[in-house]
Unconditional design. Structure first.
Length: 201
């Protein structure tokens, strides 16, 4: 078997049987929770509803109690003691094709995909949704099972199709986060720049 055939078979076994599927699979930004421009810290801490815990990840509608544990490779595990964390996904940029998507993650948290007009219960992963309109925005939310002890969450991924694949790592994750929030540290500019549209911050 040639190296090319071996590579093709490996990609197919992972559900990565096209160039489009290999690149830009994860439609979540900062799925490894490693970027923290706001310096929210490691916690444990109580976050008010909408307060950011990590870049692109905010406390859910009931708030959140969470702590962050950084791994040697920079990946971060969220330990959620109460409430939930969520990310709003800009549909025109990250969900242009619509259709089916698969949400997967590591850890003991439960998750769901929230789409327009379609309530979704929390579930163990992976979670698959169908029929998302092309370009429609959505949100993913992670929380605790009913009456559960604190849970863990790491390496979250939302990708086209109905099969979960290996977690995608990108070298431009910070740039993607800066579309929504950027901290300026170099004179003469200091401070932050944040998109004023609440649904995109």
């Amino acid at each position: 078997m040639s190296p090319a055939d071996s590579t093709s078979r490996l990609l197919y076994s992972l559900g990565l049987n096209s160039t489009a599927a290999v690149a830009f699979r994860n439609r979540l930004v900062n799925g490894a929770f490693s970027i923290d421009q706001r310096a929210a810290g490691g916690g444990p801490a109580v976050y008010e509803p909408g307060k950011f815990i990590r870049d692109r990840w905010r406390a859910g509608p009931l708030g959140c109690t969470a702590a962050c544990q950084v791994e040697p490779n920079g990946d971060t595990t969220l330990h959620i003691g109460a409430g939930s964390v969520l990310q709003i996904i800009e549909g025109g940029l990250y969900l242009p094709e619509g259709g089916s998507y698969c949400l997967s993650w590591q850890g003991t948290a439960v998750g769901r995909v929230i789409t327009p007009g379609c309530p979704s219960p929390f579930s163990i992963g992976p979670v698959v949704i169908h029929g998302l309109a092309p370009g429609a925005s959505a949100a993913v939310e992670f929380g605790l099972p009913t009456d559960a002890a604190p849970v863990s969450l790491r390496r979250a991924q939302l990708e086209p199709g109905s099969t979960s694949t290996i977690f995608e790592r990108r070298d431009d994750e910070l740039r993607r986060c800066r579309r929504y929030f950027a901290r300026l540290n170099d004179p003469p500019l200091r401070g932050v720049v944040c998109d004023g549209v609440a649904g995109r911050c």
